[in-house]
Design a protein. Structure first.
Length: 173
């Protein structure tokens, strides 16, 4: 009986050791709009995109979840920001959002990837699209492939996002 109790204690201590040593991923600090600013600090663009959020008083009434994110609604989203040029037909859009606690960020990212309209500008198309995530943050970046000669590619912004995260991304779609 003593051996059985000793064995149980050893197993419990071993399990506690593994649980105690599991490194938690640090949360990504900042609002989505602040994260977009940090990404642009890593990868500036020549044109002037404007960053908007659903609660922006000048824009909130016009916010369309599907247009900007490909999501039917914002029910799974804690906060979001989008950055796009507001003048001209420049196919460039960056969306950064934070999902609600308990929501699968990768599933949200997949829904965004599957439903975003890469021709929403009508006369131009963003043929270079990636959706990536780190923790509870998802970034969608889509750009016109014609910008590749200037180094403006989805991969350049994914790399900038990774630098902002300071770690490997959890997923790329």
């Amino acid at each position: 009986m003593k051996k059985f109790i000793a064995l149980c204690l050893v197993l419990a201590m071993t399990a506690a050791l593994f649980v105690g040593c599991t490194a938690k991923k640090p949360a990504l600090e900042g609002t989505p709009a602040e994260l977009i600013e940090k990404i642009y600090a890593q990868k500036p663009v020549e044109f002037a995109p404007v960053t908007l959020t659903p609660d922006d008083p000048d824009f909130g009434a016009m916010w369309d979840w599907f247009y900007y994110t490909g999501l039917a609604d914002g029910g799974k989203i804690k906060e979001a920001a989008v950055s796009e040029p507001m003048i001209g037909a420049i196919a460039f859009s960056m969306v950064v959002l934070r999902v609600n606690e308990g929501v699968d960020a990768k599933a949200v990212a997949q829904e965004m990837n599957d439903n975003i309209n890469t021709r929403k500008w009508m006369c131009v198309e963003a043929g270079d699209l990636q959706v990536v995530g780190y923790g509870d943050v998802v970034m969608l970046i889509m750009v016109d492939e014609a910008f590749a000669a200037d180094g403006i590619t989805s991969q350049a912004f994914v790399d900038a996002f990774k630098a902002v995260c300071g770690a490997d991304l959890d997923f790329t779609i």
